[in-house]
Design a protein around this ligand. Sequence first.
Ligand SMILES: Nc1ncnc2c1ncn2[C@@H]1O[C@H](COP(=O)(O)OP(=O)(O)OP(=O)(O)O)[C@@H](O)[C@H]1O
Ligand SMILES: [Mg+2]
Length: 366
Amino acid sequence: MLKVNFDTFLDFLQTKTPPLIGVDISSSSVKLVELSTAPNNTGYIVERYAIEALPKDAVSDGNINNLDALAETLQRAWKRMGTKIKNVSVALPAAAVITKKILLPADMREEDLEFLVESEANQYIPFALDEVNLDFQVLGSSAGNAAEVEVLLAASRKANVEDRVAAAQAAGLKVVVVDVEPYAAETAFSQIRAQLPDSAEDKCVALIDIGATVMNVNVLRNGQSIYTRDQQIGGEQLTQQIQALFGLSAEQAESGKRNGGLPDNYETDVLSPFRENLVMEIARALQFFFTSSQYNEVDYIVLAGGCAVLPGLDDAVATRTQVSTMVANPFALMALSGKIKPRQLQTDAPALIVACGLAMRRFDLS
Ligand SMILES: Nc1ncnc2c1ncn2[C@@H]1O[C@H](COP(=O)(O)OP(=O)(O)OP(=O)(O)O)[C@@H](O)[C@H]1O
Ligand SMILES: [Mg+2]
């Protein structure tokens, strides 16, 4: 018999969990978000958050290259946040997870179902099964055949999960939920959608996340992703250009970009061409979506990721695409605890989408 690990790890379909902190491990930083709920479950409260820069190359493309550095950064972020909660939810990058819907007979006992899932999984998963974390969820009766049920299989290489668990453990934390990044982003997107007219019902919303190294375009309709595309462009390029032109260290360039104090020609010689390039890539990405789908327009553009707050980017995107454009703030409808600085949260919010979605895993608000 195949030996498969039916553990609690790939449990992104489960809804309620104990108090936890959402932890997004990305290429430039770790981002932690803690939410609570108002009495009577009337809404969310942002309790605390922290963003702590990672050493260069400690994490790249969702792979953990330097576990010790990640654990240290995680611990520093957790201490700075001043929380007591040690349970965390983390996410795997989409590329690290395989999902597959299969059909199985409806009249099966739980144990038989597990056995059948194992043998079916063997066909679809291109790794030895003892190297993967496997999870499944019965979605419901099949639309075409009442004698069958639709089952969602999810599998990830154990190493992807174990590295995150180990880093958290070394930081004194405990992973209780492993989600998948695009699903966490979709969870947080529900908060953004609620800010759009008529909750953008039957509209196409392009969520464009521009991080340090990757620009991820995700077009959603009624809260469901209908198109995704990644492109290698991000804020790291801007940081490198600032370093090269002004002879600064990476830290100085990063700080100048965020807090100002760069020479006068920064705006015209560096920022403006970079911004134009981003706008062009966004317009091109939308063209790719139009040619590969039945749609020929998007109704809203939502800019996310650390680069969303680059001065003038939202206006430049709106002008070029003629689409109503906003900067993402998944916390806009939430109350803030006294510990949060609203202005700073406003600036940091676009980069906290995944961490916010992970923190929302604690609740079952509807
Ligand atoms: N206030 C700001 N002004 C300008 N740039 C900023 C600001 N805040 C963050 N950035 C830039 O955004 C980038 C980090 O964004 P984000 O945290 O979304 O990236 P990431 O998720 O780590 O990267 P990736 O998604 O590519 O793995 C960095 O290049 C950083 O310099
Ligand atoms: Mg990111």
